[in-house]
Design a protein around this ligand. Structure first.
Ligand code: SF4
Length: 375
């Protein structure tokens, strides 16, 4: 299923919602909801822009596809669908992107409120940055109030926190169906992708109907038990053709360490009426991701935990071309897995891989054969 993101945003506008385009991966969604804004995370935009003509004027061609697609989307979207942009610091690619987008908009005679937060990327055990961080969140609340004529309420915040906890639990439940072989990874990834461009209430509806619609259904029929379980790791799920190649090669995706999927919904902070305390917990206890530098030490442990929990026999690393944050960690992770006798496969997805991913098919088949022969 292909999600028409522009159509989804148009519907939100028709419903009178204010939309905040967010990047990178883990914005404070609950806070935006509590303040009557609908945050949409600007990732997975491959296919939502015809090309990258606008962004190519501003970004080098060795920038990752995530940044190029999101820049293109914001610059070419001139029908007022977005009411503002939010970003926090993550990788080097994104660090100056807000200013670049700002200039690009200016050249096109447009402007959008740009709201930024700085997350200290220090190890909490070494440097206590909690006061600084809470102050950042405090300023964020004030800025949202002033820019969007909205007000913060503790009750609405707690309500939003509870709803998101419910959404994350539903995402985990849906993922469990994938692990059990009752739902294809492709349908699962599509549903989660749709959630990132929907209100929290709609997300609940999408996920509940996905889970309820499965009763008694087994996607992978009788060979379910003979399929070798693999975990996918990367920033985005691979393109549909690659997922199809994985699922038709006799492999079963039993877990994921994907930033736009598992890493996003794994974190379940304690309910709190104080956004500073809540997001301190959210960011510093977050499921490890190379873009949150201070989580690096926990990365291997979390991946091994996932292997153990799912019984996977291999890991497929889906590298986003030019994403150095992910690529820096691959050699270390591959070696650690190899030392434990776990097979790995690395594939790279580039911006031009929109439709032509057949080169990966034979490597995926060979990997499936390898897992079978090792069983
Ligand atoms: S894919 Fe990597 S380089 Fe690109 S925006 Fe995400 S973290 Fe940064």
């Amino acid at each position: 299923m292909k999600i028409d993101i522009t159509k989804k945003l148009e519907q939100l506008k028709k419903d009178g919602r204010k939309i905040l385009g967010c990047f990178p991966l883990y914005p404070p969604l609950e806070l935006f909801y509590a303040m009557d804004l609908v945050p949409v995370v600007l990732w997975g935009l491959r296919g939502s822009v015809p090309d990258t003509a606008e962004s190519d004027r501003l970004l080098q061609n060795y920038t990752c596809s995530v940044a190029r697609h999101l820049t293109e989307f914001v610059l070419s979207e001139d029908s007022g669908l977005l009411d503002g942009l939010f970003m926090y610091n993550a990788c080097d690619t994104l660090r100056n992107l807000p200013e670049i987008i700002e200039k690009g908009l200016e050249k096109n005679g447009r402007s959008l409120p740009l709201i930024k937060v700085h997350i200290p990327m220090v190890l909490p055990a070494q440097t206590d940055a909690s006061a600084y961080f809470k102050n950042e969140i405090h300023h964020l609340v004030k800025e949202l109030e002033e820019r969007f004529d909205v007000s913060f309420s503790k009750d609405k915040f707690v309500e939003a926190v509870k709803k998101f906890k419910h959404v994350r639990n539903l995402m985990v439940r849906a993922e469990n169906r994938v692990t059990q072989g009752r739902l294809s990874f492709l349908n699962f990834a599509d549903a989660i992708h749709e959630c990132w461009f929907s209100t929290v209430e709609e997300q609940i509806r999408i996920l509940e109907s996905l889970i309820e619609g499965l009763s008694g259904e087994v996607e992978f029929s009788t060979d379910n038990n003979t399929r070798h379980g693999v975990i996918l790791s990367g920033i985005l799920p691979p393109p549909t053709s690659v997922i199809n190649a994985i699922e038709s090669s006799g492999l079963r995706v039993v877990g994921n360490d994907i930033a736009s999927l598992g890493r996003s919904y794994a974190c379940m902070p304690e309910i709190s009426e104080d956004p500073g305390a809540y997001f301190l917990d959210f960011y510093y206890q977050h499921f490890p991701c190379p873009t949150l530098l201070y989580t690096g030490d926990r990365r291997t442990t979390s991946l091994f935990g996932l292997m153990e929990k799912t019984g996977a026999s291999g890991v497929i690393f889906v590298g986003e071309k030019f994403c150095e944050y992910e690529y820096f960690e691959f050699p270390h992770l591959v070696q650690q897995l190899k030392d434990k006798g776990i097979q790995t496969l690395e594939i790279e997805i580039a911006i031009e891989d929109d439709a032509q991913t057949s080169a990966h098919d034979s490597r995926i088949s060979a990997f499936a054969e390898l897992l079978k022969s090792n069983a």
